[in-house]
Ligand binder design. Structure first.
Ligand code: SF4
Length: 217
């Protein structure tokens, strides 16, 4: 069992899934719907994402061009109480881990993807005792990597988000919906009903959007 900073053990309910940090950074209500209410629904983007992750879902360890590559590697941070799984971790010749997170779509910056990668880096540092200065997001559509430096600011955001998510999961309360641009791409739109809950009166705008072809890009 993992231990918390005061030396005690994290109980099961206090452990935070790394995926929850990414959901939380995108929309706190989405995080609560998935991790508190256990709501999950598919849309085009989740189906694409699952197809990409099937490529790296099976645990595997192999040498590729002299680099040890681990797929579906379990991760944990006893200090932060984080648990999860890395799509791919490459181990450089000096043993430094280099996490690579697979995403569908084209190469583009994404704060919530960077946060997820940084959380993986912090776990790997604790697990291996090696600094993890960088990792990468692999964008499947463009087959390109975007390197992410694990900066002190990003590390701080992981710690802060982990605390906030833990508090939210334990409180078991649904945050109010932002009811903004994010909802157009969200697989939980039907379950969430953001425009009704927020009372923004923008439902007619969203119904109009049903007839637009949107490239998530
Ligand atoms: S529909 Fe909007 S408010 Fe609801 S979970 Fe998705 S992004 Fe958040």
């Amino acid at each position: 069992m993992s231990t918390n900073p005061s030396g005690g053990e994290w109980d099961e309910a206090s452990l935070v899934p790394i995926s929850a940090l990414q959901h939380f950074a995108y929309c706190p209500r989405q995080c609560a719907l998935i991790h508190v209410e256990q709501v999950f629904d598919e849309n085009l983007y989740t189906l694409r994402g699952r197809a990409v992750h099937r490529l790296v879902d099976e645990p595997e360890s192999r040498l590729e061009r002299g680099v040890r590559v681990e797929r579906a590697l379990p991760l944990f941070s006893p200090r932060l109480g984080l648990v999860g799984k890395a799509d791919v971790v490459e181990f450089l010749s000096d043993g430094t881990p280099y996490p690579v997170e697979y995403k569908h779509g084209r190469r583009r910056p994404s704060d919530h993807d960077d946060l997820q990668l940084a959380a993986q880096a912090l776990c790997l540092e604790e697990m291996t005792g090696k600094p993890v200065p960088a990792g990468a997001i692999f964008h499947h559509s463009s087959r390109r990597r975007r390197e992410v430096t694990i900066t002190p600011a990003l590390r701080g955001r992981v710690e802060q988000a982990t605390d906030e998510v833990r508090r939210m999961l334990q409180a078991k309360k649904l945050p109010r919906p932002p009811a903004d641009e994010r909802c157009r791409h969200c697989s939980l739109l039907d379950a969430c009903q953001p425009y009704l809950v927020a009372g923004t009166g923008t439902l007619h705008v969203q119904l109009g959007d049903l007839f637009e072809v949107e490239d998530e890009g």
